[in-house]
Ligand binder design. Sequence first.
Ligand code: HEC
Length: 255
Amino acid sequence: MRLPKLAQFIIIVGVIYGLLKTPGIFLGKPIPESLIFMYMVLIVATVLLVMTSTDESTEELFRPIRALVEDPKKAFVRNIVFAVTPLIAGYIAYGLASRGGEPPAELRSIHPAPPSRMSAYGRPYDIATLENPLRRTEKEDAELFRSYVAEGAEIYFKNCFFCHGDKLDGRGHYAHGLSPRPLPFKGKDTIAQLSESYVFWRVVKGGPGLPAEGGPANSSMPAWEGKLTEEEVWKVILFLYDFTGNRPREWAREK
Ligand code: HEC
């Protein structure tokens, strides 16, 4: 007696699945589920291709399924299958949902290491040695320094306060809708811990410039390279430190 095509199909696929499972069951060296899934998709596709190569074989393969759906004499079996199938699907879905209901933890590094070099404004920067060129006016020409800070304030309130807040506390109008939240500059946890070159990198390259550990890449912090000039960025940085009473972090220097 020849086996019906559908039974052949089920046996072939079942045997191959069993073979892929054996190393795990008998040798304790399982093939990863994701790999087995990939193999099975290929195998099912291949067996289907072979079994449906002619019209007759296709018809033979699907005849039992068609009979199940159409044959009035199979109404009883049909009702059972149609009732049980959604129940099985529901059971599997319920199992998945109750096993992993937690969203994945967000392991985001708030201050990832900057690249050692970056290019912006058409030239390279060495972040380790980069300094704010306007900072020396703080000691040398207080009046000029105040005017830079005032210009920085204007730049801030034109471009940044929607997100970072009018008190620089990270609570701008848009902040509640953003994830990750805009960072505050007030307090000792953000810019107080950073060098001005780091802040420069963050303002110029924004969220898109964050390395992978700063991701998932959904920071809304814009890259200001195309919108502010280099000098404007340095001015707004002067303002961030001045307004919050923070000092930029400096690296110990050899005298
Ligand atoms: C659309 C909202 C938005 C605007 C506008 C915006 N930022 Fe941001 N900014 C963010 C978010 C969100 C973060 C936190 C995520 C991140 O680090 O990228 C951030 C982070 C930063 C950081 C990093 C601070 C740290 O401690 O690492 C700096 C510096 C910064 N912004 C400066 C600015 C400046 C200066 C402006 C204006 C020229 C500006 N931002 C405008 C959303 C914004």
